[in-house]
Design a protein around this ligand. Structure first.
Ligand SMILES: *[C@@H]1O[C@H](CO)[C@@H](O)[C@H](O)[C@H]1NC(C)=O
Ligand SMILES: *[C@@H]1O[C@H](CO)[C@@H](O)[C@H](O)[C@H]1NC(C)=O
Ligand SMILES: *[C@@H]1O[C@H](CO)[C@@H](O)[C@H](O)[C@H]1NC(C)=O
Ligand SMILES: *[C@@H]1O[C@H](CO)[C@@H](O)[C@H](O)[C@H]1NC(C)=O
Length: 224
């Protein structure tokens, strides 16, 4: 009896510390798990914050570096003597175009800047404008030229076509300014791209640009 009574006591005595030991390791384990979760949450949080900051910085850099095309505006264009029937003898075309680099941090290298004057899809005038120049950010360059003699191909037949249009109120020309352009970002230079700027210009019967075409922005595109 006595031994039979002692057995469960002994069992109880052995069982208690065993049970305590198990639950202690259980709590240690749980504490470890929650510590790991917390650490990984913090690491994750730091990582996401860093990612966010890097993203914002990249966005700001992109905003300030975002490349704008050159902004080309037609400021003036005239063909004096359009009111003279024999004006083709000493025909002239005078134009003033501005090219602006509106970028914050990108410079342009211009090469072989040339102008073509079209009338009804035919080139009636051509002139090289500038060999090459570097244009800083936020700078404007004036492209001014007088085409006459050899740079103009205006025959008496073509002059009568101008005169016919003139009688209707407007003679329409197209000025195509072309150039090879490279972009400069800090010390990096892009490859050369062919630029076209196509301006449609309406001229009034006295040979001066119509107000509706003055200071118009010309579409600019790159062909490669
Ligand atoms: C435009 O060009 C014509 C002809 O060269 C000139 O007489 C006129 O003053 C110019 N207009 C402006 C605003 O520069
Ligand atoms: C060309 O146009 C610009 C902008 O309107 C003007 O500042 C400049 O004086 C003009 N140049 C000539 C030669 O007409
Ligand atoms: C544009 O560039 C030219 C040549 O580098 C310089 O002389 C001129 O001051 C510049 N203009 C502006 C407004 O920065
Ligand atoms: C001038 O235009 C005429 C008529 O379009 C054309 O036959 C001729 O080849 C042109 N000349 C030059 C030098 O462009």
């Amino acid at each position: 009896m006595s031994t039979a009574q002692q057995v469960p006591i002994q069992h109880e005595r052995e069982a208690r510390p065993l049970k305590r030991h198990r639950s202690a390791s259980y709590y240690v384990h749980r504490a470890r798990v929650s510590l790991t979760t917390r650490v990984s949450k913090i690491v994750c949080g730091i990582f996401l914050t860093l990612l966010f900051i890097v993203g914002i910085a990249a966005f700001i850099a992109w905003l300030s570096l975002r490349p704008h095309r050159p902004r080309i505006h037609i400021r003036n264009f005239s063909i004096p003597g359009l009111d003279q029937p024999t004006g083709f003898d000493n025909a002239e075309i005078i134009f003033n175009v501005t090219a602006r680099n509106s970028n914050q941090a990108i410079g342009y290298y211009y090469d072989s800047v040339e102008a073509f004057v079209h009338y009804r899809n035919q080139v009636i005038g051509y002139a090289p404008l500038v060999d090459s120049f570097y244009q800083e950010p936020k700078n404007t360059t004036i492209l001014y030229k007088v085409l006459s003699g050899a740079t103009l191909n205006v025959t008496s037949d073509r002059w009568s076509e101008f005169r016919n249009d003139r009688a209707l109120g407007t003679v329409v020309f197209r000025l195509d300014v072309t150039a090879m352009v490279r972009f400069k970002v800090s010390t990096w230079d892009s490859k050369r791209h062919r630029m076209h700027s196509d301006c449609e210009i309406g001229v009034s019967p006295d040979g001066s640009i119509l107000d509706s075409y003055k200071n118009k922005r010309c579409p600019v595109y790159f062909s490669n």
